[in-house]
Design a binder for this molecule. Structure first.
Ligand SMILES: Nc1ncnc2c1ncn2[C@@H]1O[C@H](COP(=O)(O)OP(=O)(O)OP(=O)(O)O)[C@@H](O)[C@H]1O
Ligand SMILES: [Mg+2]
Length: 307
């Protein structure tokens, strides 16, 4: 049966202007129910500015935005009750305990204190923080704080979770733990919009990705499709390539990036190029690997530092 429900988020021609600077420049995307959509882009690309408009923190300069089919400019109160937000910064209350941070936050949604406490305890167990519930949040490690922010975003049992860099600054163990939790939530039907700088996070968690730069969408699509389209299937990296190899790659019109001291060649399916390369040009200074989302990201947004 056809899904008649409106998209969870429908952003059309969104713009955000700060003075004479345009941070978000005509961005349109949709998030469907149960989907995890990732917003990727270098520092300053406009990710936070975009999602702040979605969670009602910052007014749009132009465009239209519907969440659960409701117009954010007029129906904000009803939308707010149904979303959970994890800001880029951990804005926990340092004077309150771990548990109190959740219970007090639940008060903003008019959740009765008893229910709030039960939910908070359950969420702390889910995030493996129950042993620390009476401690001050200032005693927590970075990973624990991030998990607490995530738990807090779930206190109103939202239908949509908006996460701005949920795992930045975490060690691999904590990051993987957060990924597992998010995966579990997604499997339970939660819709998720997230930003991240971790390509592994984007590839494994997100159903679809939007890559933005300088406030504009460069591409959107499924991770695997984006990889196929923009980086092929396999990649060969050649360190200190010879001029002969460079000429061969250019004359064969292979997709490639010629970096200082390194040549990256992107091979398409069944083009047999690696066998040809291997025989004639590749000695021990070559590695062959699978194409990744990081290749796509760097190819589309360049290698220059931002901000
Ligand atoms: N309140 C503001 N006033 C002026 N400029 C702003 C404001 N907020 C953001 N900007 C600018 O808008 C641009 C986009 O910022 P934004 O925070 O959306 O980027 P981002 O993609 O989230 O980057 P990061 O990956 O570093 O978090 C940046 O150039 C930033 O300096
Ligand atoms: Mg940001």
């Amino acid at each position: 049966m056809k899904d008649r429900q409106p998209p969870v988020i429908e952003a059309r021609h969104l713009r955000k202007v700060f003075g004479d600077f345009t941070a978000v420049d005509d961005i349109s995307f949709r998030l469907h129910r149960g989907e995890c959509l990732g917003l990727l882009g270098p520092n300053g690309a406009g990710k936070t500015s975009t999602i702040r408009m979605v969670y009602g923190f910052s007014p749009m300069s132009a465009g239209s935005l519907r969440v659960f089919g409701l117009d954010v400019t007029t129906r904000w109160r009803s939308i707010k009750a149904r979303i959970g937000v994890c800001h880029q910064e951990n804005n926990l209350d340092p004077d309150l305990s771990v548990l109190e941070n959740l219970v007090v936050f639940a008060g903003y949604f008019s959740i009765p204190r008893k229910v709030a406490k039960e939910r908070a305890e359950k969420l702390l167990r889910f995030m493996s923080l129950d042993q620390r519930q009476d401690e001050k949040v200032t005693n927590l490690s970075g990973g624990m704080m991030r998990r607490l922010v995530l738990a807090r975003a779930l206190i109103n049992e939202p239908e949509l979770l908006i996460l701005d860099e949920p795992t930045t600054g975490l060690d691999p163990q904590s990051r993987h733990q957060v990924w597992e939790k998010l995966d579990q939530l997604r499997a339970e039907g939660l819709s998720i919009l997230l930003t991240t700088h971790y390509m592994e996070e984007a590839s494994s968690l997100c159903d679809r990705l939007v890559i933005i730069d300088h406030g504009k969408i460069l591409v959107q699509g499924k991770p695997k499709e984006l990889i196929r389209q923009h980086a092929g299937r396999d990649v060969i990296e050649v360190f200190n390539p010879t001029n002969k190899l460079l000429r061969f790659v250019e004359s064969s019109r292979l997709m490639h990036d010629n970096l200082p001291r390194r040549l990256i060649i992107y091979g398409q399916e069944n083009d047999g190029i690696f066998e040809r390369l291997g025989e004639h040009y590749c000695a021990e200074n070559c590695i062959r690997r699978m194409a990744t989302l990081e290749d796509v990201f760097l190819r589309l947004t360049g290698r220059d530092l931002r901000e």
